[in-house]
Write a protein that binds this ligand. Structure first.
Ligand SMILES: *[C@@H]1O[C@H](CO)[C@@H](O)[C@H](O)[C@H]1NC(C)=O
Ligand SMILES: *[C@@H]1O[C@H](CO)[C@@H](O)[C@H](O)[C@H]1NC(C)=O
Ligand SMILES: *[C@@H]1O[C@H](CO)[C@@H](O)[C@H](O)[C@H]1NC(C)=O
Ligand SMILES: *[C@@H]1O[C@H](CO)[C@@H](O)[C@H](O)[C@H]1NC(C)=O
Ligand SMILES: *[C@@H]1O[C@H](CO)[C@@H](O)[C@H](O)[C@H]1NC(C)=O
Ligand SMILES: *[C@@H]1O[C@H](CO)[C@@H](O)[C@H](O)[C@H]1NC(C)=O
Ligand SMILES: *[C@@H]1O[C@H](CO)[C@@H](O)[C@H](O)[C@H]1NC(C)=O
Ligand SMILES: *[C@@H]1O[C@H](CO)[C@@H](O)[C@H](O)[C@H]1NC(C)=O
Length: 566
């Protein structure tokens, strides 16, 4: 333990020591940590479910691919030319393969005769990532000399529908809405379906992080790298950043995030390399980032505290610091919608932190990058692509073959239906199961208990039979096969067997895979209709936050255990 790491080491250990219950395994962990053992057991909370290598190779080409996907899809049309005389199964797999070719940009050799890429039907489970990101970018940029970006109550492309001259009233109304900034577009669901004040807080966070003039001498900064000790799981890294955002808000500083080790791989290109912006929109504007980096070189600015860094704060204030009070204490009116061990939890300790982490993680993940959007496309295609193909064939190729040129999309498609999310089979139940080395952090619960809760959900919603299973344990996958009346989806990857440590497992997957697929599973869990997890794990705690700021409060949350601080 030399000087270099001493500080961060101290930070971790003091956090543990400060926060921990006196549970015996955890003490062992803290002790073990000092000797470099049991490192991965601290804070780790994430799932691994990567795809098979071929998909990964395709994902690497990220941006370029999606461009060609877009081009292809613009030109696609439903057509009678396809030779679809084979059996139904053949047609389904042909269509699936054709979509795969488009997604992965392979020249289609074996199916070329049947489906040339210009006459492939639209894939309902794939998103047009390029255009989604363009829309997000527009919504993340302030209108020239106005207080807010163009946030209205019109969704998708509807906002771009040209208003005619005599719609003055509508125009006025729209301007009114924009001038209040009350509808940050990354929040879905009504106010009753989100944590208290979510819309207001998200708006204020955006404003705080995007000052009108970053060069104004009164703007102060906090520049912080993401935690990077190998023992930190991605969940812990995000939780740490949520703490730093709280400090930034309290000290009226713009938070600028630095080196993100999980994006330090070849697929994150250009300015997004080793940066959060590889996966999600950056937390602040490019001007503010530039200004912060400039100030870092200025000794006086650092001494005067115009810019601070992580070392200016104790680990305690980062991990368990004060939740911002500028919105009062909205957590005191949080709805009791979490069930643990058969009863609804209405009050617990640290409700303020639960509310804050939910707001912070939602803000940090408000928009996906094109890279992440493509990862989600690949995930949906690999899992649901065949089903999507069946649906499409059943709907359009049965009796009447629809000839429809997509270039001439109808108005309603272009504007009104522009906001539809990519298709997934619903209702979908997501489950995140983590065992193994988690024993130090929480009470570990077997797969059977998760399934017991799933049965409970299903007894109320009998039409739900689909589970998105996110786990790093091969054992869990094996056991799921005995539940025949459920349909399980999970990604095809080497999973942990036996007592392999998380760190070893993670490095066996490689940096890119071990980051991408937890993120895919995380976003899938945030989108699923229902969720069963273990609030004792930081990862599930953050999923809870995403759901409670993503319009899913009323889906409830079934947890097999509680957070260790409650
Ligand atoms: C999973 O991946 C392996 C190798 O990566 C492959 O051999 C196997 O066929 C795949 N399984 C499925 C169901 O796709
Ligand atoms: C596939 O990518 C290459 C460049 O990487 C490009 O030239 C080609 O047009 C793409 N093909 C399709 C079908 O998009
Ligand atoms: C269409 O498919 C049938 C059966 O697979 C095959 O015999 C025929 O040659 C194909 N026609 C064309 C034009 O590809
Ligand atoms: C925007 O700027 C122009 C010129 O700089 C000014 O005339 C106008 O009043 C400004 N509008 C607002 C809303 O501040
Ligand atoms: C931002 O503030 C700086 C320093 O006060 C000033 O020089 C600059 O002109 C401002 N920029 C704009 C666009 O107002
Ligand atoms: C942050 O730390 C630096 C170097 O240790 C110090 O010079 C600076 O005054 C500190 N800033 C604040 C606001 O404490
Ligand atoms: C769960 O509830 C049962 C009865 O309500 C109780 O006996 C048991 O101790 C509880 N378990 C935990 C872990 O709280
Ligand atoms: C893992 O299990 C194997 C066999 O069960 C045992 O030989 C080995 O020592 C264990 N390794 C660790 C790190 O516990």
């Amino acid at each position: 333990m030399e000087g270099l790491n001493q500080k961060s080491l101290e930070r971790v250990v003091s956090q543990r020591a400060f926060a921990l219950s006196s549970s015996f395994p955890c003490q062992i962990c803290v002790m073990g940590f000092l000797c470099g053992v049991c490192l991965t057991s601290l804070f780790l909370s994430f799932s691994f479910s990567p795809f098979s290598p071929p998909s990964m190779a395709a994902a690497n080409n990220g941006g370029g691919d999606s461009k060609s996907i877009l081009k292809e899809r613009e030109r696609m049309m439903y057509t009678e030319r396809s030779n679809l005389t084979g059996s139904n199964d053949d047609r389904v797999s042909l269509l699936y393969d054709a979509w795969s070719d488009l997604l992965f940009n392979k020249s289609s050799t074996k199916n070329g005769a049947q489906f040339s890429s210009i006459n492939v039907p639209n894939a309902p489970h794939l998103e047009n990532c390029k255009s989604t990101v363009e829309i997000s970018q527009r919504l993340d940029t302030r209108i020239f000399n106005r207080s807010f970006p163009p946030w209205t109550t019109w969704k998708g492309n509807l906002d771009e529908l040209p208003l005619s001259e005599n719609d003055e009233q509508l125009q006025y109304y729209r301007d009114q809405i924009i001038s209040q900034g009350a509808y940050p577009p990354w929040i879905t669901g009504s106010d009753e379906e989100n944590y208290p004040l979510t819309r207001k807080v998200q708006r204020d966070l955006w404003l705080h992080q995007h000052p009108t003039n970053c060069s104004d001498p009164s703007v102060k900064f906090l520049l912080a790298d993401w935690e990077r000790l190998p023992g930190f799981g991605i969940g812990a890294q995000i939780a740490g950043m949520c703490g730093l955002l709280a400090i930034a808000i309290n000290e009226k500083r713009v938070l600028v995030t630095g080196y993100f080790n999980r994006a330090d791989h070849d697929a994150c290109k250009g300015s997004s390399h080793a940066s959060w912006s590889c996966y999600f929109f950056p937390e602040t504007s490019g001007e503010c980032r530039g200004r912060a980096l400039e100030l870092m070189r200025d000794k006086v600015a650092r001494e005067k505290g115009i810019i601070t860094v992580k070392d200016n704060y104790t680990s305690r204030s980062i991990w368990t610091g004060r939740v911002p009070r500028r919105w009062g204490s909205p957590w005191s009116i949080m709805q009791p919608t979490t069930e643990i061990n058969g009863s609804l939890i209405s009050r617990h300790r640290k409700m303020d932190r639960r509310w804050w982490r939910a707001q912070a993680v939602r803000y940090l993940m408000r928009y996906q990058s094109e890279y992440t959007c493509n990862l989600m496309n690949i995930a949906r295609h690999t899992s649901f692509g065949l089903e999507a193909a069946k649906i499409v064939l059943a709907s359009s190729f049965s009796e009447h073959r629809i000839v429809q040129e997509l270039d001439e999309k109808s108005m309603i498609e272009r504007y009104v239906w522009s906001n539809e999310k990519a298709w997934i089979p619903r209702p979908l139940l997501s489950m995140h199961i983590r065992m193994g080395d988690k024993a130090c952090e929480m009470k570990v619960v077997g797969f059977e208990e998760y399934m017991h809760l799933a049965e409970k959900v299903r007894s109320r919603f009998p039409h739900m039979n689909t589970v998105w299973l996110s786990t790093e344990m091969q054992d869990v996958i094996d056991r799921s096969k005995s539940y025949l009346h459920w349909k399980f989806y999970y990604t095809n990857v080497t999973r942990q067997r036996g007592n392999m440590t998380m760190a070893n497992y993670e490095s066996s997957l490689g940096r890119e895979t071990s980051t991408n697929y937890p993120i895919v599973n995380f976003l899938m869990a945030a989108e699923a209709d229902f969720f069963i997890g273990a609030l004792g794990s930081t990862w599930c705690f953050l999923i809870d936050g995403m759901r409670n700021t993503g319009g899913k409060v009323m889906s409830g949350y079934l947890s097999v255990n509680k957070d260790r601080f409650w």
